[in-house]
Design a protein around this ligand. Structure first.
Ligand code: FA5
Length: 337
């Protein structure tokens, strides 16, 4: 192949490259000219048969062919890739955006967060305990006698290994006092489990916030002051609270505490079952036997404890007349809070 033919060959190769309409066609051009058995290889092999004075020029032209063809192939490959992004795949900035619905905090989470913030402002810290508890922490250390009805299989969920699902958050008191010396000022929000038949105000799986304050000379007046302050912050200044005498094995004296109904203002409605009041929590002065069980000296220290139902607070605050609505996860319901 002489110099003139080689120049024509280059023109032809570049033309074929320009005309190739797909990656496959481009690859075919590359193989035909630059492949191991391609045209250029043949030219190089035939170089030795050329007159010696022509060899440098032919070598140079072959080199040019190779370089220009390689550059053209690269450019064309890039051009073909760009071409696949037709108008339909380009991003249209003028289109309206996709609409994603926003989630909301669950009302029980909101109430818990608010309650925690209120107690934190009073100097309480947050403690935690597990949902699966020992019988000792849930009952024995809390001075609950062996024959107490709450221990019944009908009331408490027992596990095969003898442990149970805690029926209140009070075992967190035990766990905390076992590890810390007084003074103690904690709250413990968490899940509780009871074999209660679900109805408008009861669930088998509900939430409580436990409170525990232990120091020298803590009194029932401190308990009442703390709960009054909490009720006012949580429900608004108009709320009233009342204590009713009650019994808990782990407190003496014990009370149940009602808040005036937020929905009807105390006049009586469906939510408060026409009474004007809703039971929110149990409370009392920590029984000396509980202090003994955790190694505290009941002669030196006193304390109060309480356990409040988070669902009940959500119900009166938001006017929810059936506790079960809180667990159905109906987005239309949950979005309202
Ligand atoms: C207790 O659970 C005691 N541990 C509370 C306590 C703690 C007393 C510390 C003294 C010292 P009680 O069973 O009354 O008490 O439950 C407390 C609150 O939990 C109730 O007032 C109610 O608001 C809520 N509660 C109880 N059972 C259910 C239920 N099945 N569904 C929804 N809320 C419930």
């Amino acid at each position: 192949m002489n110099a003139e033919e080689l120049k024509q060959l280059k023109e032809q190769a570049l033309e074929e490259t320009a005309e190739a309409g797909s990656n496959e066609a481009l690859e075919a051009v590359r193989i035909r000219y630059l492949g191991r058995k391609g045209v250029l290889q043949e030219v190089m092999k035939g170089l030795k048969d050329q007159p010696p004075q022509d060899r440098p020029l032919i070598g140079q032209l072959a080199n040019e062919l190779k370089q220009e063809l390689q550059a053209a192939l690269t450019d064309k490959t890039a051009a073909l890739e760009g071409a696949t992004e037709g108008p339909e795949t380009l991003f249209d900035y003028t289109l309206p955006g996709d609409w994603h619905s926003m989630g909301t905090r669950h009302p029980l989470s909101k109430i818990t967060e608010r309650a925690v913030a209120i107690f934190r402002s009073l100097g309480f810290t947050v403690a935690e305990g597990p949902d699966v508890e020992t019988v000792y922490n849930n009952f024995d250390a809390l001075n609950t006698p062996p024959a107490h009805p709450s221990r019944d299989m009908q009331d408490t969920f027992y596990l095969d290994n003898g442990d149970l699902l805690r029926c209140h958050t009070s075992p967190v008191q035990v766990r905390y006092m076992q590890k810390h010396r007084p003074p103690v000022r904690i709250i413990a929000p968490g899940r509780c489990y009871r074999r209660d038949t679900p109805d408008a105000t009861h669930s088998a799986n509900f939430h409580q916030i436990e409170g525990l304050y232990v120091d020298e000379q803590v009194s029932m007046a401190d308990l009442k002051g703390t709960l009054s302050y909490f009720a006012g912050e949580m429900m608004g200044p108009g709320v009233k609270i009342r204590f009713r005498p009650h019994f808990f094995p782990f407190t003496e004296p014990s009370v149940e505490c009602d808040f005036s109904c937020h929905v009807c203002g105390g006049a009586g409605c469906r939510v408060c079952k026409q009474s004007g009041w809703i039971e929110i929590l149990g409370a009392g002065m920590v029984d000396p036997n509980v202090f003994r069980a955790v190694g505290y000296d009941p002669e030196r220290i006193t304390g109060y404890a309480f356990g409040m139902g988070i669902e009940r607070i959500a119900m009166i605050l938001y006017g929810i007349h059936d506790i079960r609505m809180l667990y159905e996860n109906d987005v239309r319901f949950l979005k309202q809070f």
